[in-house]
Design a protein around this ligand. Structure first.
Ligand SMILES: [Fe+2]
Length: 281
């Protein structure tokens, strides 16, 4: 992909309306309303894609970054790359494209919950990489405040056109553009963690065991002995039945014959819905 491809995607109104675009600036929050197109129908206001003029205005005048999400859905070469990475690395890969004006910063210093490959398409970016804040995070930092001031700076360099950077999850980074526009692809590698496989296992048991489908907060106010009984039954039906073979079976459902599959919870939901349809018939 060249910078011209991104430009034509953004300029073509029909295409840009179909893109999932957000904007960001490290120094100030850019609300979605500032670049969303609306159509009014009486008292009802319906979102109608993005306002590309506003996007370009925020880009030029406020030095905001344009982030195009999941471009692999519409870009065959990127889709192939995502599929290959997902299969080879046994993860769920995804992509975002960042276009940042010169002398700007998209996000404040932060860490990510996914391992990343950064592919610099155009221009340069200065990367300052600090120590890891959390070992193997599984949730995005979002706006949670962390004190990064005591972390050691590990690397400080410029990423240039054609360079690729591997950034393990958890490492804090601060990224700024130089005097020119920068475009890069972020390839996020969503890890399928032990916790996620365990979660799938527990959800599977819940589809069969009524006990796990009960509302926690309805039982919360009951006597301790009642809750202890529930906990004891849960240990017997969930924990004591757990084997490594079962976990491996759940893990395999994500990838079958090299093709990525949907998470187990969605498969189970679909199967359960199928059963209810049969019952109705
Ligand atoms: Fe990041």
């Amino acid at each position: 992909m060249k910078i011209e491809d991104i430009e034509s995607l953004l300029i073509d109104c029909d295409a840009s309306h179909r893109l999932d675009i957000t904007m960001s600036h490290a120094a100030e929050k850019i609300g979605r309303d500032e670049y969303t197109a609306f159509k009014d129908f009486g008292n009802v206001r319906i979102k109608n894609g993005i306002n590309i003029c506003q996007v370009m205005s925020l880009f030029k005048e406020k030095k905001s970054t344009i982030i195009i999400h999941d471009l692999s859905d519409t870009w065959p070469a990127l889709r192939q790359l995502v599929q290959n990475l997902s299969r080879e690395l046994r993860c769920q890969a995804g992509t975002n494209v960042f276009i940042t004006p010169g002398h700007s910063q998209c996000f404040q210093s932060h860490f990510d919950e996914n391992d990343l490959f950064i592919i610099q398409l155009f221009g340069k970016k200065r990367w300052k990489i600090f120590e890891s804040m959390i070992t193997l995070p599984v949730e995005p930092q979002n706006n949670r405040p962390f004190d990064f001031s005591n972390l050691d700076l590990l690397h400080d360099f410029e990423l240039e056109q054609g360079d690729i950077l591997y950034m393990p999850r958890g490492f804090v980074h601060e990224v700024t553009t130089t005097d020119m526009v920068s475009a890069h692809i972020t390839l996020g590698l969503g890890n399928i963690t032990w916790g996620r496989i365990m979660n799938d296992y527990v959800l599977d048991v819940a589809f069969r065991e009524e006990l796990l489908r009960k509302a926690y907060f309805k039982d919360y106010g009951k006597e301790m002995s009642v809750r202890e009984d529930i906990l004891s039954a849960m240990k017997q039906k969930v924990i004591s039945q757990l084997t490594m073979e079962k976990l491996e079976e759940f893990a395999k459902r994500y990838f079958s014959e090299g093709k990525e599959k949907k998470p187990v919870s969605k498969i189970l939901l679909r199967e359960t819905m199928g059963q209810s349809e049969k019952l109705v018939v």
